[in-house]
Design a protein around this ligand. Structure first.
Ligand SMILES: Cc1cc2nc3c(=O)[nH]c(=O)nc-3n(C[C@H](O)[C@H](O)[C@H](O)COP(=O)(O)OP(=O)(O)OC[C@H]3O[C@@H](n4cnc5c(N)ncnc54)[C@H](O)[C@@H]3O)c2cc1C
Ligand code: FES
Length: 405
């Protein structure tokens, strides 16, 4: 997940919007656990639109799922003999705990989305890691929400909307979804159903163009500040969750900033690897000695080697280690302050990565020798760590390394 760094102005009303009661999913014990039980069975495939399908999964053990609405899982697949990982938001709500679904849009030329559409069918098994992610209304309970999504970015907000609906909470939610054409609106009928059941749930669809329709009653064009003010005049008082392609989110941030929205009440998730990586790379670039020492200390419990992680002094933070990649036969230098993935990228070594925050597992590799300080966020199982696997995006070298990649 990423948060934007734009400076929004505080709004006086937003602070009073938060509520503090615990939600039911916060009290559920975690039942399905990808560490112990990493294979799920696809039990149904549904065509949602012409290029979007939902895939439903259950745990062979019969265990129920516990997660926060808006979180994602990572599929660990093997396609054409190559291991490949991709993250997909759980589009179903935690209130339907016996299955989970993901809703996938075909990306032209995309490896995994096309494989899922063309190959995955009921009865097949897939390896899954997760759930992960912090983009969830569960952590920001409020009286009033504004959900803004575009394209397949609807999935986390759909999980949140379904949850509120099925809990019978009649939460005050304005859901503004942007799509290319009316035929591209995912979950249109279900959103209409939720709106008809809940007095305080409103939807507004903004379509770039009419497509094949001649009688589209909704708005055509793009989301603008005047349009947002028309749809949700009280948007300054709402907790806002946004998900969609990078240009859409950039536009949303711009119009909210222009409208004087308090960024403390703004949350966003990107499905775009590049955007995530750029932001994280910017964020890690100016690491200070204090932050490195802090990171190493915090990582002590997760260090890949026995014994406590040594805290570096300011002189030692300049230590540089050699990292050798066995398969590509490359050798690079990596500073003790740098994540290995970051150093590899800078040296032109191409490695698979996605979230760059230790969440998705895409950058998982076997460490043949050496020691790292790894500070992950759920993207690796304990038994994998025990087997010498590491996530390069959140690992800093403590010695020279040999990596099986
Ligand atoms: C937290 C998170 C949640 C997500 N949730 C969802 C979700 O709910 N639904 C959903 O549909 N997606 C979701 N995504 C996006 C998803 O993970 C994939 O990125 C998406 O399905 C595309 O994967 P792919 O393998 O099909 O495409 P990729 O193979 O990764 O390709 C992506 C793009 O790059 C182009 N490309 C690939 N290889 C090359 C090359 N060699 N040269 C030039 N261009 C190339 C492709 O043509 C395509 O346009 C999520 C992502 C994240 C990070
Ligand atoms: S890129 Fe996601 S865990 Fe490393």
């Amino acid at each position: 997940m990423m948060r934007d760094q734009a400076a929004f102005q505080p709004s006086p009303d937003a602070a009073s919007n938060r509520v503090t009661q615990p939600r039911f999913w916060e009290t559920l014990p975690a039942r399905w656990n990808s560490d112990a039980d990493d294979t799920l069975v696809c039990c149904q495939v549904r065509q949602e639109t012409h290029d979007v399908k939902s895939f439903f999964f259950r745990a062979p053990s019969g265990r129920a799922f516990a997660f926060e609405p808006g979180q994602f899982i990572t599929l660990e697949l093997e396609i054409d003999g190559e291991p490949v990982n991709r993250c997909y938001t759980i589009s179903s709500p935690p209130t339907r705990p016996h299955t989970i679904s993901i809703t996938v849009k075909r990306v032209p030329g995309g490896k995994v989305s096309n494989w899922l559409h063309d190959t995955l069918h009921a009865g097949m098994q897939v390896r899954v890691l997760g759930p992960s992610g912090e983009f969830t209304c569960a952590r920001y309970p409020a009286r009033k929400y504004l959900f803004l999504s575009a394209g397949s970015g609807i999935t986390p907000l759909m999980s949140m909307s379904r949850t509120h609906h099925e809990l019978g909470e009649d939460s005050d939610i304005v859901f503004v979804h942007s799509a290319r054409t009316p035929d591209d609106i995912i979950f249109a009928r279900e959103l209409d159903l939720i709106a008809s059941n809940q007095a305080h749930f409103r939807t507004a669809f903004v379509c770039e163009r009419m497509g094949t329709r001649t009688n589209w009653p909704g708005v055509t064009g793009f989301l603008t500040l005047p349009l947002l003010k028309l749809i949700a005049p009280d948007f300054l008082e709402r907790e806002i969750f946004t998900c969609g392609p990078a240009p859409y989110m950039q536009a949303v941030r711009g119009l909210l900033e222009e409208g004087g929205f308090d960024r403390a009440h703004y949350h966003e998730e990107s499905f775009s690897f590049e955007t995530l990586s750029e932001i994280v790379n910017e964020a890690v670039a100016p690491l200070t000695t204090a932050r490195v020492a802090d990171a190493l200390q915090t990582a002590g419990a997760l260090v890949d080697a026995p014994g406590p992680a040594p805290v570096k002094t300011s002189v030692e933070t300049d230590v540089r280690f050699k990292v050798s990649f066995t398969k590509s036969n490359r050798e690079i230098e990596c500073g003790s302050e740098q994540h290995v993935l970051d150093a590899a990228r800078k040296a032109g070594v191409r490695l698979p990565s996605s979230c760059t925050q230790g969440m998705c597992g895409t950058c998982k590799v076997k460490l043949v020798s050496g020691e790292v300080a790894m500070k992950h966020a759920g993207g690796i199982r304990q038994r994998e760590i025990d087997q010498g696997m590491v996530l390069l995006c959140c690992s800093k070298p403590l010695s020279d390394l040999i990596v099986d990649k």
